[in-house]
Design a protein around this ligand. Structure first.
Ligand code: PGA
Length: 243
């Protein structure tokens, strides 16, 4: 399937910087062997939508609330994201799970809300370093998938080992291939043929230098890129490496 390279801009940049980064991505997006998605801070979504100009680069958010509306100070609903021009939303990122105590049940409710609002969820799973050292990576990821995905799920999975995020460290290619195979197997076991067609992204210190090898692995259908997505040339180089 055609790979997707998604940029998670996290909590970086000014409005002006977000617009100019989006313009840079848009300008280089033609003819790449991958689809592109950028996920700016929510406040920057309208400016990034304008900079992308409805072209080929998709736009997503980094979180949403599980409720459609109501008394939830500081929160944003999936419908608001859709209204502002987003088509995707990252959910269950390990930084949300750690910083905001988001459980699998909370993530599942958010995923259901996103689907209900017509957004494509990008659901993140991944083990901590302690869990990997204890030989639990596989079981942790299986459990996160089982609990974080609602019945009838359709969307994208991102495997992001927590210890690889922002650290410059990545699992071995064999380890990435093994866990992506596990994820594919769980998706197919639960969702049948639809699970075969779901993209499974790798995330965690993906860079222009390691992207080609990672993206060539079986069941790696793209990347979720943090730090390297903040420089348009690096982000585009990762997408070019998907060939
Ligand atoms: P990183 O972040 O590329 O900076 O490691 C990835 C992510 O958290 O999505």
């Amino acid at each position: 399937m055609r790979p997707l390279i998604a940029g998670n801009w996290k909590m970086h940049g000014t409005l002006r910087e977000a617009a100019s980064l989006a313009e840079g991505v848009r300008a280089g997006a033609g003819g790449l062997p991958a689809d592109l998605l950028v996920c700016p801070p929510v406040l920057h979504i309208p400016a990034v939508a304008a900079a992308l100009g409805g072209g080929a680069v998709a736009l997503g958010a980094q979180d949403c609330h599980a409720a459609a509306k109501g008394a939830h100070t500081g929160d944003i609903s999936a419908a608001m994201l859709r209204d502002a021009g987003a088509t995707h939303v990252i959910l269950g990122h390990s930084e949300r799970r750690a910083d905001h105590g988001e459980s699998d049940a909370v993530v599942r409710a958010k995923v259901a809300a996103a689907l209900g609002a017509g957004l494509v969820p990008v659901v993140c799973v991944g083990e901590t370093e302690a869990q990997r050292l204890a030989g639990e990576a596989d079981s942790v990821v299986r459990a996160q998938l089982a609990e974080s995905l609602p019945d009838g799920f359709g969307g994208i999975i991102a495997y992001e080992p927590v210890w690889a995020i922002g650290t410059g460290r990545t699992p071995t290619e064999a380890d990435i291939a093994a866990i992506h195979a596990t994820i594919r197997e769980s998706l197919v076991a639960r969702f049948g043929a639809a699970g075969q067609g779901m993209r499974i992204l790798y995330g965690g210190s993906m860079k222009p230098g390691n992207a080609r090898a990672i993206l060539a692995l079986p069941n790696v259908d793209g990347g979720l890129v943090g730090g390297a997505s903040l420089v348009a040339a690096d982000f585009l180089a990762i997408a070019a490496a998907a060939a």
